[in-house]
Design a protein around this ligand. Structure first.
Ligand code: ZN
Length: 269
């Protein structure tokens, strides 16, 4: 679709298929993350979420009935990262698959000898490169608290990371940002986290971040939006890079919030 046609279509969607105001307000009220945003930011999010609902296909499986409450909740949370970037950052894939709860995923991987093995993992979310985004509805509902744990933010962050290839912890950076500064900030934080984990100390991010640089980025994004004070205190250079990337400063919003951090143990992907 050309840029002109897409803009025309989006204008029409906003005029005809806008998420109803009452439903939107109920979804906002159920999510502390959205409640603490300014009214203009919530309105901007309303437009983005309306477009996301129209442009993606939502599939409930394993018996889950997907209705406006589910699609609006997922779209509202999923559009937080692109609030200042625009919906085009989510182009190139079309499906959002929702399980009632955690699900089992089968992955094939080669060993050093080139032999293919199959592994079954219990997951609560998954993002495929160029493919669907998969979520557990139970964990979306359970992730309402501002505790640095949000499976929707996590999986959509992977989608941003995948815009320039595999999820390696570095999405395409904006003009004026430096790959060297980004790499230095994340590498230093990664090394600190490894050392803290080895010493048995409390970690700034959930231990799952240490699975890979891609997971470190996705978990850092969850904490950036939900507990910005924690990320800023623990890894100020990472906070600064994410602030520049997302063009948002969640610290400005959260000064009045009462956030609690809890260590997390659930498996993600
Ligand atoms: Zn992940």
């Amino acid at each position: 679709m050309t840029g002109w046609l897409r803009r025309w279509r989006r204008k029409r969607i906003l005029a005809q298929k806008r998420i109803p105001e009452r439903l939107w307000q109920e979804v906002i009220a159920a999510q502390p993350l959205l409640m603490r945003m300014s009214v203009p930011a919530q309105q901007q999010l309303h437009e983005l979420a309306t477009l996301l609902v129209a442009e993606k296909r939502f599939y409930g499986i394993a018996g889950l009935q997907v209705g406006p409450w589910q699609t609006t909740t997922i779209a509202a949370l999923g559009c937080v990262p692109v609030l200042e970037l625009g919906l085009d950052w989510y182009r190139g894939w079309c499906s959002i698959v929702i399980y009632p709860g955690g699900f089992r995923a089968r992955h094939a991987y080669p060993d050093d000898a080139g032999v293919i093995h199959e592994q079954v993992t219990e997951l609560i979310g998954e993002a495929w490169d160029g493919g669907p985004l998969v979520l557990s509805w139970e964990d979306i509902q359970g992730g309402v608290r501002l505790d640095g744990y949000n499976v929707v933010l996590h999986e959509f962050a992977h989608k941003l990371d995948m815009r320039n290839g595999v999820a390696n912890g570095m999405p395409p950076l904006h003009r004026g940002m430096s790959r060297r500064d980004w790499t230095r900030a994340f590498t230093n934080a990664w090394n600190q986290a490894q050392a803290a984990a080895a010493a048995g100390e409390e970690l700034v991010l959930d231990r799952y971040a240490l699975e890979s640089p891609g997971e470190f980025f996705a978990v850092a994004c969850e904490v950036f939006f939900e507990l910005p004070e924690r990320l800023c205190a623990g890894y100020p250079a990472v906070y600064e890079q994410l602030r520049r990337f997302f063009r948002q400063d969640p610290l400005q919003r959260s000064s009045s919030s009462q956030a609690i951090y809890r260590p997390l143990t659930t498996e993600r992907n």
